[in-house]
Design a protein around this ligand. Structure first.
Ligand SMILES: Cc1cc2nc3c(=O)[nH]c(=O)nc-3n(C[C@H](O)[C@H](O)[C@H](O)COP(=O)(O)OP(=O)(O)OC[C@H]3O[C@@H](n4cnc5c(N)ncnc54)[C@H](O)[C@@H]3O)c2cc1C
Length: 421
């Protein structure tokens, strides 16, 4: 644990060094404030951390990095992350066998697979193309204002047939929303679809935790205090779990939603989704390409061979397979998942070694419509709350909420100084 940067009280204390807390702290520092960022755990990143174990890089729950998020473009040095891309498309295991869908604008050579009738009937292909063009080309502001409904209703309104939804869209989007009813906000669907079409899905060479690590490296020395759980918010600042107090005029709670609700009694937070990711090591890669595999049977959300995306995720000569399932896993646990993987990859998985399993409770907020894409972070005078639960359950949402908290802190300070409050 590093010593506090300033012997005098900071101007603002930020609680939680996930993406939202990091973004908020960095913006406040840039505006000239003395900031302390208090993090309960032994590292930054919150839900975006990577463990190193026995030569493996194990993200705490499979997730992908999207290069087109506005906050990502604004804040991150993408070159420094040494990103490796996924194939722009996916393989779906459907009742009629394995089908491959590739973005024809990026892989024109694969466009023949999309001939009407091969993967989807022509009507569905046209509906999908229209949805994609609309979401990619309309200004984001327009998408943010569409009347909100469920993602499922939006897909039907877009003209997709039940077959296209069941075989492709539901299996894929369940892995994005971490729920299979497609009851998530259509506004979020359109924005995510837009970001996928406009950006590249990829992973950093050092694991997903490299993203918050890059942000944390820009904090002034001593601003970050790890191993400093906050137990309560007081009238003068924060109370640490070790009994210490840290006075500050401004306090920003940037924790997960459940902790935020404990620290700020009366704060309404959404319920959340849980996901479990299993990591298996195999002697041979069951799919020699960096492509996401989805399961229309919904037994698993998605799977991929991580080492085909980033070889450094496993020791040389070993393939690392990541597979996510909803909740805390199916009855039968890892064995059930392994059996389904044998069908998905059409291979014998009995010799695969289980490397790790991570169950992430509170992985994403449940974003049911109508879902406001950004909420004020003001909770009480001098008290703020940010995080993905105040925006959208995504890297973009968490960073944007942190950014909004910093703006609101600064605006309120300016108002107090100007005697407007
Ligand atoms: C498995 C999984 C897959 C995902 N996939 C994607 C994806 O593909 N694309 C995408 O864009 N997003 C994805 N997300 C969502 C994205 O990771 C999150 O939205 C984002 O990381 C949330 O950041 P946050 O700062 O709001 O919260 P958190 O990351 O939860 O950070 C909160 C921080 O507060 C700390 N804290 C908690 N209590 C205290 C306390 N009392 N005192 C001090 N500190 C405290 C925590 O330790 C943590 O560091 C995924 C998330 C998960 C879990």
């Amino acid at each position: 644990m590093t010593k506090p940067q300033h012997p005098s009280p900071p101007d603002a204390v930020v609680v939680g060094a996930g993406l939202a807390g990091l973004a908020c702290a960095l913006d406040l520092v840039e505006a000239g404030l003395r900031v302390e960022l208090l993090e309960a755990s032994d590292g930054v990143g919150g839900r975006m951390r990577t463990d190193r174990r026995d030569g493996f890089l194990l993200d705490r729950g499979f997730q992908v990095f999207n290069t087109s998020y506005p906050q990502v473009k604004r804040r991150l040095d993408l070159r420094g992350l040494r990103l490796r891309p996924f194939t722009p498309g996916l393989i779906a295991r459907t009742p009629s066998g394995r089908v491959r869908v590739t973005d024809p604008t990026r892989r024109p050579g694969d466009a023949a697979q999309l001939l009407p009738g091969r993967v989807l009937p022509g009507r569905d292909l046209a509906a999908l193309a229209a949805l994609t063009a609309r979401d990619a080309l309309l200004p984001a502001k327009r998408l943010r204002r569409v009347p909100d409904r469920t993602a499922s209703e939006a897909l039907v309104r877009a003209g997709l047939s039940p077959r296209a939804i069941e075989d492709l869209m539901r299996p894929f989007l369940s892995g994005v929303f971490l729920e299979e009813g497609l009851e998530t906000s259509a506004r979020f669907l359109h924005l995510v679809w837009r970001s996928m079409v406009r950006g590249t899905l990829c992973l950093p060479a050092e694991g997903i935790g490299a993203v918050p690590a890059q942000l944390a490296a820009r904090l002034p020395e001593g601003a970050l205090r790890l191993g400093s759980p906050v137990a309560g918010i007081t009238d003068s600042g924060v109370l640490l779990a070790d009994g210490g107090e840290r006075p500050a005029a401004g306090v920003v709670v940037a924790t997960d939603a459940a902790t935020a609700a404990r620290l700020l009694p009366g704060l309404a937070v959404p319920d959340s989704r849980t996901v479990t990711t299993y990591y298996h090591a195999a002697d041979r890669s069951p799919l020699t390409e960096p492509t996401l595999v989805v399961d229309s049977g919904l037994a698993v959300l998605n799977s991929c061979v991580l080492t085909e995306v980033v070889p450094s995720y496993a020791p040389p000569g070993t393939a690392l397979v990541s597979t996510s399932v909803l909740g805390s896993g199916p009855p039968g646990g890892e064995r059930t998942v392994r059996a389904r993987l044998a069908e998905l990859y059409d291979t014998d998985t009995s010799t695969w070694e289980t490397v790790a399993a991570y169950t992430v409770e509170g992985a994403l907020p449940a974003m049911r419509p109508p879902w406001p894409l950004s909420r004020t972070t003001r909770f009480a005078p001098g008290r703020y709350v940010c995080g993905d639960h105040r925006a959208t359950g995504s890297v973009q949402g968490a960073l944007a909420s942190g950014s909004r908290a910093a703006r609101e802190v600064l605006a309120d300070r300016a108002a107090v100084r100007a005697g407007r409050v």
